[in-house]
Design a protein around this ligand. Structure first.
Ligand code: CP
Length: 304
């Protein structure tokens, strides 16, 4: 049994294979519609979600399996004081695989140590979101045709943005990747990511607070939301929430084949006038999320 807690739990070869399977699923959906007959996925979401939970559930249903779970801690016995460890041991008696989101960093790792079935980290606090990263990698592969030789702008909340942390970690294993890290000084990328991922792998990066400064160099612009739920102080959130608003005007100097991504949910950081631009990939990205989760569920359940 193998769990997915951090994107590094998967080798580059495993990720590349999973992407190839996801591309085959996109091309031959019917072929996969009974791959998980008789299997049960539990989605345990202690924190709100639209895309991750529903795409996991859609993925399992499209594979012929079934789903159960809860979408908020208040509807589980955690609200009566049950520990996450006891919850996981119990759900492992019912389901074959568990996707779990929790506001506390490290909670899915703790859960995996007690679990009798594979655990998938569906987001833990401001730490990691490996299945969003798999979604992002499939999006990049399908939209750009490659995972090497890319200049990637990451913009917004780089401090608390777990999707950004996991994506940097994953892309740092591919060749000739350069990052432009765009954030206000209050939300810069954590030092441990600079030291342990970027510097350690000799990855070139630039830090700036100006979204337009390097726009013309980017192959990918990955926008992120300033996350209200991670701030201790509402004043700071209000001051920073609209720091970046990507609109048509700001895209004027961008490459014609730029890929604008966003893990969603969006609040204000991408103006809706960008949605119809052919470079806007964020809704396609949400759909790729379902296909890569189908591929992941099959891999983790050992389905050929
Ligand atoms: N991208 C993402 O994790 O979205 P949800 O919070 O809606 O699951």
């Amino acid at each position: 049994m193998k769990h997915l807690i951090d994107i590094k739990d998967l080798s580059v070869e495993e990720i590349d294979k999973m992407i190839e399977v996801a591309k085959d699923i996109i091309a031959n959906k019917e072929k996969y519609s009974h791959k998980c007959d008789g299997k049960l996925l539990a989605t345990l979401f202690f924190e709100p979600s639209t895309r991750t939970r529903l795409s996991f559930e859609a993925a399992m249903l499209r594979l012929g399996g079934e789903v159960l779970g809860f979408s908020e801690a208040s509807s589980s016995s955690v609200s009566k004081g049950e520990t996450v460890a006891d919850t996981i041991r119990t759900v492992g008696c019912y389901a074959d695989i568990i996707a779990m989101r929790h506001p506390k960093e490290g909670a899915p790792l703790v859960a995996s140590e007690k679990s009798t079935v594979p655990i998938i980290n569906a987001g833990d606090g401001g730490h990691n979101h490996p299945t969003q990263t798999l979604t992002d990698l499939l999006t990049i592969k399908c939209e750009k045709g490659r995972l090497n030789d890319l200049t990637i702008g990451l913009c917004g909340d780089l401090k608390f943005g777990r999707t950004v942390h996991s994506l940097i970690s994953a892309m740092s294993r591919y060749k000739n990747i350069k990052f432009v890290l765009i954030s206000p000084k209050e939300l810069v990328i954590p030092e441990y990511i600079k030291k342990e991922v970027l510097d350690k792998n000799n990855i070139e990066y630039i830090e700036t607070n100006d979204i337009e400064e390097h726009m013309s160099e980017l192959d990918i612009l990955y926008m992120t939301r300033v996350q209200k739920e991670r701030f201790f102080n509402e004043e700071d959130y209000i001051r920073l929430k609209d720091y970046y608003i990507l609109n048509k005007e700001k895209l004027e100097k961008a490459k014609k084949d730029l890929c604008v991504m966003h893990p969603l949910p969006r609040v204000n950081e991408i103006s809706t006038d960008v949605d119809d631009d052919p470079r806007a990939c964020y809704f396609k990205q949400a759909q790729y999320g379902m296909f890569i989760r189908m591929s992941l569920i099959m891999k983790m359940l050992g389905v050929e």
